[in-house]
Design a protein around this ligand. Structure first.
Ligand SMILES: C[S@@+](CC[C@H](N)C(=O)[O-])C[C@H]1O[C@@H](n2cnc3c(N)ncnc32)[C@H](O)[C@@H]1O
Length: 280
């Protein structure tokens, strides 16, 4: 029997909602909490005093960690503003494996004038035990054709490392989602699926469960589903909950039939415009 809380995003406060989830049932906590930078999520979660914010962060971390299996992992998105304090807090409870830098590939246009423009998010990767689940093969990055060609000498033929690709590094350059991006939903801090799916594939076994306490537009749920994992999570803002429901429904919907090309009557075919020196 499927548990009632599996594959659900509850439109409620994460701290209250965690009571629904049994202890030791989660393979991966992958979460992107408010950074406390003053954003408007339709609630005051990103507009707390520093003391309130750090106290609240400690509270939800202590409520969430018992839900994790002993060989489970946690990824947390932050920025440099509060990652030092929150990493210290987590290091008292878990082992820190990586600080991953997400380079958002912000184009060089203007920016800060009295400091350096911040163009990255900071992600902490933590585990509980030495035998934590980690599937490197699932997230190796294929070598490009040029590198493969450069290693085409006979000594490299059949070299496993060349075929399976290289191990991802801790600097991830993935463009943020522009307004026009096909993946983009109406949420101010939506994360790209490419990043979330890499974490899911590496740190949650197939069929396992991913918990995101702060679902936003539901990226973690979508990534989990696309990768054959289960999910559970929470989101306070009902408008974002509606977006999550829509995104999940779109995944379940059958793909639209391919559009049939209408034959163009010969006479209505427009002559191709040939650009010449006189064409304006
Ligand atoms: C940084 S955003 C998450 C964005 C998400 N990763 C995505 O890709 O769309 C944080 C979200 O947490 C929600 N939130 C804030 N406090 C919450 C709480 N106590 N319980 C549940 N959700 C909360 C906010 O409404 C906001 O949508």
């Amino acid at each position: 029997m499927t548990e009632a809380w599996i594959n659900q995003v509850f439109c409620e406060d994460a701290l209250a909602g965690l009571a629904r989830i049994p202890d030791g049932s989660i393979d991966l906590i992958l979460t992107d909490p408010p950074y406390n930078l003053g954003k408007d999520y339709g609630n005051a979660s990103d507009q707390q005093t520093v003391d309130e914010y750090l106290r609240w962060t400690e509270q939800w971390i202590d409520a969430a960690l018992p839900k994790l299996k002993p060989n489970g992992s946690l990824y947390i998105f932050l920025t440099w503003r509060f990652s030092p304090e929150i990493f210290v807090l987590l290091k008292k409870r878990m082992t820190m494996m990586n600080e991953i830098i997400w380079d958002r590939r912000v184009p060089s246009m203007g920016g800060s004038v009295r400091s350096y423009s911040s163009v990255h998010d900071t992600i902490g990767f933590f585990v509980r035990r030495k035998d934590y689940y980690f599937d490197l093969d699932a997230v190796r990055i294929p070598y490009d054709a040029e590198t493969k060609k450069a290693r085409s000498r006979s000594i490299f033929v059949g070299a496993k490392w060349l075929e399976v690709g290289y191990n991802p590094k801790d600097l991830w350059s993935v463009s943020r989602l522009h307004r026009e991006h096909p993946e983009r939903a109406d949420h101010p801090t939506q994360k790209p699926l490419e990043i979330i799916e890499r974490m899911v594939k590496a740190s949650c076994p197939p069929g396992g469960v991913v918990l995101d306490l702060f679902m936003g537009s539901g990226t973690t749920a979508i990534a989990a589903k696309r990768c054959g994992r289960d999910f559970v999570g929470f989101e306070l803002n009902p408008d974002y909950c509606a977006i999550i429901a829509e995104r999940i429904a779109a995944l379940d919907a059958p793909p639209p039939p391919p559009e049939k090309k209408k034959p163009v009557p010969r006479s209505s075919k427009k002559p191709a415009v040939k650009r010449t020196a006189t064409t304006p």
